[in-house]
Design a protein around this ligand. Structure first.
Ligand code: 6R9
Length: 836
């Protein structure tokens, strides 16, 4: 049997200084675009969190072209042929434990036998690559294109393939290696919320057979000012089938509630006012603060009162462009308290991107800070906001009020540019507000927030979530996927600029009354031991991060980890992209001391909460698999014709029915919502991801199948980068693809055709990268610019991205059929220029 051995203040100035504060922080008070065809307006959507940006930066500095194939040797090297491995959370290979779960989850599938031969590559049984591969005409996908590109599924998955090869060539039995199970020890399982596959099965069965009762019971644990309507025993209505009319989802309609009340007031009223709700850890060690539920409620009330005072009402949008100060989640909760719709834009997006979002949702107010330090780097947020507001004004929309948090640790007030009449210091207006603020009771279906995300066109999609279902679902998923127990300290490294920071740094944990760690800095500053220092400092029990951060830290070796005890850790989590088994193993063995289960949570901005995730203790884990669906989630893997596949299979990951936190629409564009997500495979929500289900019913996510690149766990549309590139006057055409990147998961590889007669130069290369940085944000900067005298196109002008991906991956001998190209000679030219 092969086994894997494998404030100065201490708090916001405007709230009482918490006793545990030690800091000295003054603040916390606290598809081929071309000129010829007209480039799309540049815009970006997402960027890695500050955490992730750091790892991206370090990755590109060292070797931007390294493929992740090296991880393959890691896994081989650490394979041993010793017997069954069991740690405190041990690994084992056993068929029995799984039989229940597998038998049930793999609908229509009877198999539960274990130890059968299957290579790690989850795409073993993927359909063959279609002839021309590229799914989008002219590299310029139409909004809501219903086509998906199977070739990208194949290229995305090379990490897994490589590992399979590596293991095989070392004479290991790949088969058994992939079947290694990591199972929680008896003690862990006994106390787990979901302690067995049987318990999971029972709950899952009820959740899909009678979702109305299942979710009503859970929803009843929250405060509802008025109970929801029940029609024919139903608390939800949905249409997931475009053939039957408009797509529509509603949960708990008629119910009146408030998510801020449930996340704060409810705990304060239950006597928990003095319990710590949030530990804030600044970029600079020693700068920290903590806020209790009482403090947080006071702060949120003050901000909500201020917003009301400047005319923000229920249903109005508020844009938040802030670093990870306590004030960021506070601002979100303050909007929720008064029924305003928050739209957080990651404070790393460029002015252009911010302007685009402002123009789309037309906020009354923008909340920001004058600057922030990330590691040793100062980021002047105020100049970015100023530029964005200027652009928005030129385009016809004027923001009347911009509230600026003076982040004294990063920069001085005197050095901050100012627009009289519009700009106002946060510290001048918030602390003087009353700490009492009436709650606006909203309908469960009233919108809670908007969050822009990348799609396959240049225009970002404003994903809209409503209140009641989102509240119930994020709270429930948080509790179960992390096996959360009252009193535990939980640290999520995500920035609130992304969905993870919404659902699992703010709402999910606070709804459960958990103590959250909010870290402003980056994992490698001042050194690679920072995370573990923080874990020990706050006795973190649950730690949730992204594979890109894990890989960046793994490169620094075990020493910085082992220097710290980490004995408080109980559960680890992963999100953002598929975690490669080598990183999983390192996370498990080194960070978690082979003691802590890893919840590899698959979900999306659109889903609002976890969809496929382990429940620690409930069943054994397989490194790299997100395991099984959460309660109420009915995944379907379909083939290219939309036919649902059963048992062991690979294809496109869809969902058959709504779950409470389904996103309700794309802001201002319901047709795009329908065509993007519901038209490709009729009757299903299409996730945009490829997926394999193995013989045991485990789900293995294999990456995006559309033209979205997942860099450091965050989505960037290739169309957006192409559009930014063609904004450069010397760029005639651009085609962007993803390629395997050792740390970031995927990197950005841009093929660029210059205008006639322009010479290639390093300066131009830098200028092009700078163009993308300024149009979208630094995180979207291409890692590689590949000069392209021409692009491989079919006679109808369709770019064959399959070929570009192969060239980017240096798989020149796997180009496949190029005979349908208008000019096959282009490929030779591109190969010649590969390293130029
Ligand atoms: C939460 C979040 C969503 C896309 C999603 C998928 C990828 C996220 C994953 C994962 C494999 C996981 N993704 N978690 N892939 N395993 N555990 O990241 O939302 O930024 O919208 O990205 O991220 O490709 O479609 P979002």
């Amino acid at each position: 049997m092969t086994t894997l051995s494998c404030g100065v203040l201490s708090g916001p100035i405007c709230c009482p200084a918490p006793s545990s504060a030690r800091g000295v922080r003054g603040a916390a008070g606290s598809s081929g675009a071309s000129k010829r065809s007209g480039g799309r307006p540049g815009n970006g959507e997402r960027e890695p969190s500050s955490f992730l940006s750091a790892s991206s930066a370090s990755a590109s500095a060292s070797d931007s072209s390294t493929s992740s194939s090296s991880s393959g040797s890691d896994i081989t090297a650490s394979c041993s042929s010793s017997g069954v491995f069991r740690g405190r959370f041990g690994a084992r290979a056993s068929p029995s434990a799984l039989s229940g779960a597998a038998g049930r989850v793999g609908r229509g599938w009877t198999g539960a036998t274990f130890g059968i031969s299957r290579a790690i590559c989850p795409l073993r049984c993927m359909a063959p690559t279609p002839g021309t591969g590229a799914a989008f005409t002219n590299g310029r996908p139409a909004a809501g294109s219903s086509q998906v590109d199977l070739t990208s599924v194949l290229s995305v998955d090379t990490r897994y393939k490589t590992e399979t090869h590596a293991a095989a060539s070392a004479g290991e039995q790949v088969v058994e290696e992939t079947q290694v199970l990591f199972e929680a020890n008896e003690e862990f399982r006994k106390n787990a919320l979901v302690s067995s596959t049987e318990k999971y099965e029972e709950m899952y069965k009820q959740s899909v057979e009678d979702p109305d009762t299942f979710w009503s019971e859970i929803a009843s644990q929250f405060h509802w000012e008025k109970k929801w309507d029940v029609t024919d025993g139903k608390v939800h209505t949905e249409n997931f089938d475009v053939r039957k009319g408009p797509i529509k989802v509603e949960w708990f309609k008629g119910g009146k509630t408030n998510i801020c009340y449930n996340a704060l007031d409810r705990h304060v009223e239950a006597g928990r006012a003095n319990d710590v709700a949030m530990f804030w850890e600044g970029n600079e060690p020693g700068y920290d603060s903590s806020v209790t539920f009482g403090n947080l409620l006071d702060l949120v009330s003050q901000v909500s009162n201020y917003l009301r005072s400047v005319g923000v009402k229920k249903g109005d949008a508020v844009v938040i462009y802030m670093p990870m100060l306590v004030e960021l989640p506070v601002a979100m909760l303050a909007c929720a308290r008064i029924g305003a719709i928050h739209s957080v834009v990651f404070a790393g997006f460029s002015a252009d991107s911010l302007a685009q979002r402002i123009l789309d949702c037309k906020p009354k107010v923008v909340l920001t800070a004058n600057g922030v330090m990330r590691g040793t780097k100062f980021i002047n947020l105020k100049t970015i906001v100023d530029d964005a507001l200027k652009q928005a004004k030129q385009e016809g929309y004027t923001v009347e009020t911009s509230v600026v948090f003076a982040n004294e640790v990063a920069t001085k007030k005197e050095e901050t540019a100012w627009v009289e009449g519009r700009d106002i210091w946060w510290q001048d207006v918030i602390p003087s507000q009353s700490t009492k603020s009436e709650v606006e009771w909203v309908d469960a279906e009233d919108p809670l927030f908007l969050l822009y995300t990348s799609g396959s066109t240049g225009k970002p999609k404003g994903v809209l979530h409503s209140t009641g279902g989102y509240m119930v679902y994020t709270a429930t998923t948080f509790k179960h996927a992390f096996d959360y127990r009252p009193g535990e300290v939980y640290w999520c490294t995500a920035d609130c600029g992304w969905i993870t920071g919404h659902s699992y740094l703010t709402y999910g944990p606070l709804l459960n009354g958990a103590t959250v760690v909010n870290f402003e800095g980056v994992p490698t500053y001042p050194d690679a031991g920072r995370c573990w220092e923080i874990v020990d400092k706050y006795n973190v029990n649950i730690f949730y991060t992204a594979p890109t951060a894990i890989r960046a830290l793994m490169r620094e070796g075990d020493k910085p980890v082992k220097k710290h005890s980490r004995k408080s850790l109980r559960v680890l989590g992963s999100v953002g992209e598929p975690i490669n088994p080598a990183a999983w193993k390192w996370y498990y063995e080194v960070v978690g001391d082979s003691r802590c289960p890893i919840s590899d949570t698959w979900w999306q901005t659109e889903t609002g909460g976890f969809m496929i995730t382990p429940m620690p203790g409930g069943w054994p884990l397989k490194p790299g698999s997100a395991t099984f669906p959460f309660f109420g989630v009915q995944p379907a893997i379909v083939d290219e014709n939309g036919k649902e596949l059963h048992g062991e299979c690979s294809g496109y990951l869809c969902v058959k029915a709504s779950w409470p936190s389904t996103f309700r629409t794309l802001f201002g564009d319901h047709p795009r919502y329908e065509t993007t997500y519901f038209a490709p495979f009729k009757g299903f929500y299409f996730s945009g991801d490829g997926c394999h289900r193995d013989k045991d019913g485990y789900y293995w996510l294999t990456g995006r199948v559309d033209d979205v690149i997942n860099v450091s766990g965050h989505r960037i549309g290739s169309a957006e980068v192409e559009s930014a590139l063609v904004h450069h006057p010397l760029c005639a055409e651009a085609a962007v693809v993803g390629y395997d990147h050792e740390v970031k998961g995927q990197g950005i590889y841009a093929f660029v055709t210059l205008v006639e007669g322009v010479e290639y130069s390093d300066k131009l290369r830098k200028d092009l990268i700078a163009k993308v940085r300024s149009q979208i944000g630094p995180f979207a900067a291409p890692d590689i610019i590949h000069w392209a005298p021409g692009l491989p196109k079919t006679r109808s002008g369709k770019i064959m991205r399959r070929i570009l991906r192969k060239i980017a991956a240096n798989q020149i001998d796997e180009l496949g059929d190029v005979s349908t190209l208008a000019d096959p000679g282009v490929v030779e030219q591109l190969i010649e220029l590969r390293d130029k």
